[in-house]
Design a protein around this ligand. Structure first.
Ligand SMILES: C[S@@+](CC[C@H](N)C(=O)[O-])C[C@H]1O[C@@H](n2cnc3c(N)ncnc32)[C@H](O)[C@@H]1O
Length: 279
C-alpha cells in the first residue's frame, strides 16, 4: 500500500518536472524552482478545470494551445493584492525610511512583482503626502502582462474602497482617501497625476537581470512562492540592484533571515520585514 503511494508521488513529481521543463523550453517561463506544494496544488486545479485526467495531459494541451498556457500562467502567478496592504509596513516606511529618502535629490523605487498595481498607487500617495513624489521614479514590474495592463489603468472596484480607506488611515494617511479617486458606476479611477512618475514594465525575476540602481526595492508576497535556491538567486539580484544603504521591503511572511544575504542587511523592522543594505 505504502509503495503504491510512493510510486504515485514519484510519477507525479516526474510529470510536474516535465510540464515545467516543457513550458520553460518552449515558452521561456521558468517555474522550475517555485515552491513545490503550492505549485502542485495549482497544477491539479488547472488539470481539473481543463477537464483532463493527468498532468501529462495538461502538458500536451499547454504546449499546443496558447490559451491553455495563459490560463495555467494565471493560476501560477497568484495576483492577490490590496492598497496599503499591511498598513504597519507603510506606517514604518513613513516614519523610518522617508526621513532618509529626504536626503536624496532623486529617488528610484522598484516594486518587483507589483501585480495589478495597488501597492504602487499606495506608494505614490504616501510619497506625494511626504512631498517626495516629484523627485521619485517608481519602476513597477511583473511577469504577468495582464496584471500590468490593469496596473496601468489604475481602475479598481468601488467595493474595495472601504477596506482600503481603513488601511490608508492605519498607514498614517494624511488626507481624505476619497480625494485620490473618482467613482464611476462600480469602479474608481485613481487620479491620473499619481501615474506621472510610474513606469510599468514586464520583468521576470527568474530569468531577467537588474536594470537600474534603486534606493528602495519592495518585493512583497512574491518570494514566498519560490524555493530556497530561487529565493537566494533573487536576493542576489536585489542586493546588486540596491544602492549603498538602500532599503528592502519584504512581505509579512517573508524575511531576510535564513537567506544567504542575511548578514548584508541591518534590520529596520523585523515585524514589518524592512531592511537596510550595509554599505
Ligand atoms: C501575490 S502578488 C503580490 C503583489 C504585491 N507585491 C503585494 O504584496 O500585494 C505576487 C505577484 O508576483 C508575480 N510574480 C510571480 N513570479 C514572478 C516572477 N518570476 N517574476 C516577476 N513577477 C512574478 C505574480 O505575477 C504576482 O503578480
Amino acid at each position: 500500500m505504502e509503495n503504491k503511494h510512493t510510486d504515485e508521488e514519484e510519477r507525479e513529481k516526474i510529470e510536474i518536472g516535465l510540464l515545467l521543463e516543457g513550458i520553460y523550453r518552449y515558452y521561456g517561463f521558468d517555474f522550475r524552482n517555485y515552491a513545490y506544494s503550492s505549485l502542485r496544488r495549482r497544477i491539479w486545479h488547472r488539470v481539473y478545470s481543463e477537464k483532463l485526467q493527468t498532468i501529462s495531459g495538461l502538458q500536451e494541451k499547454a504546449l499546443h494551445d496558447r490559451a491553455c498556457l495563459d490560463r495555467l500562467l494565471s493560476d501560477l502567478s497568484i495576483s492577490v493584492t490590496e492598497m496599503f496592504r499591511d498598513p504597519g509596513m507603510f506606517l514604518k516606511f513613513r516614519e523610518e525610511i522617508v526621513p532618509v529618502l529626504r536626503n536624496y535629490p532623486y529617488i528610484r523605487i522598484w516594486h518587483a512583482g507589483c501585480s495589478t498595481g495597488e501597492e504602487v498607487y499606495s506608494m505614490a500617495i504616501l510619497l506625494q503626502e511626504e512631498g517626495l513624489y516629484d523627485r521619485t521614479r517608481i519602476y513597477a514590474t511583473d511577469m504577468n502582462q495582464a496584471s500590468l495592463e490593469k496596473a496601468k489603468a489604475g481602475v479598481y472596484p468601488l467595493e474595495k474602497m472601504k477596506q482600503y480607506t481603513q488601511n490608508y488611515i492605519e498607514a498614517g494617511g494624511k488626507q481624505s482617501f476619497s480625494s485620490y479617486y473618482t467613482a464611476k458606476y462600480n469602479s474608481v479611477i485613481f487620479d491620473p497625476s499619481l501615474k506621472k512618475n510610474m513606469i510599468f514594465a514586464e520583468h521576470n525575476l527568474v530569468t531577467d537581470r537588474s536594470f537600474n540602481e534603486f534606493q528602495v526595492i519592495l518585493c512583497r508576497n512574491v518570494l514566498i512562492y519560490f524555493n530556497k535556491e530561487l529565493q537566494d538567486r533573487v536576493h542576489k539580484l536585489f542586493y546588486e540592484s540596491l544602492s549603498p544603504n538602500g532599503f528592502l521591503a519584504l512581505g509579512s511572511k517573508e524575511s531576510i533571515h535564513f537567506t544567504s544575504y542575511a548578514d548584508c542587511y541591518q534590520v529596520i523592522s523585523d515585524r514589518e520585514n524592512l531592511y537596510m543594505k550595509f554599505t
